[in-house]
Write a protein that binds this ligand. Sequence first.
Ligand SMILES: [Zn+2]
Length: 150
Amino acid sequence: MPNIDCQLCQTPGGTVLWQNQHLRVIDACDALYPGFTRVIWAAHVVEMTDLTSAEQAELLRVVLLVEQVQRTALKPDKVNLAAFGNVVPHLHWHVIPRWQDDPHFPQAVWAALPSADAAAQAAQQARRARVQQQLSAYHQALVARLESTL
Ligand SMILES: [Zn+2]
């Protein structure tokens, strides 16, 4: 049953790139982190262990597929996988491409934003612009892999 107070039951949570009856893959549309993708379980459950083992396997398969396509299409220095649900207790995974010059590296993207000098900010902006240009190809590759895998 959808939860009336849950933003992931009531809204897609981003731009839906692909979905099936169990889950959806969304572009988080994060201005600082182009390529930030979330895999959101459709039903309102809180923890991975609320799922059957087959459902757990499907969700993790998609999370890892997103990671693999990010690595191929965006070539980040690192991919961060995270599932918290502390703020929105509806099962979802964050798949975040990270670069050594990104604003929070090596901290989590949720950490306080460190100060950066003008040159560093300009480099970050240039790299974000390059990633933005790759997003369409990334999203197309992601959908193609999901369609061929699931
Ligand atoms: Zn929910």
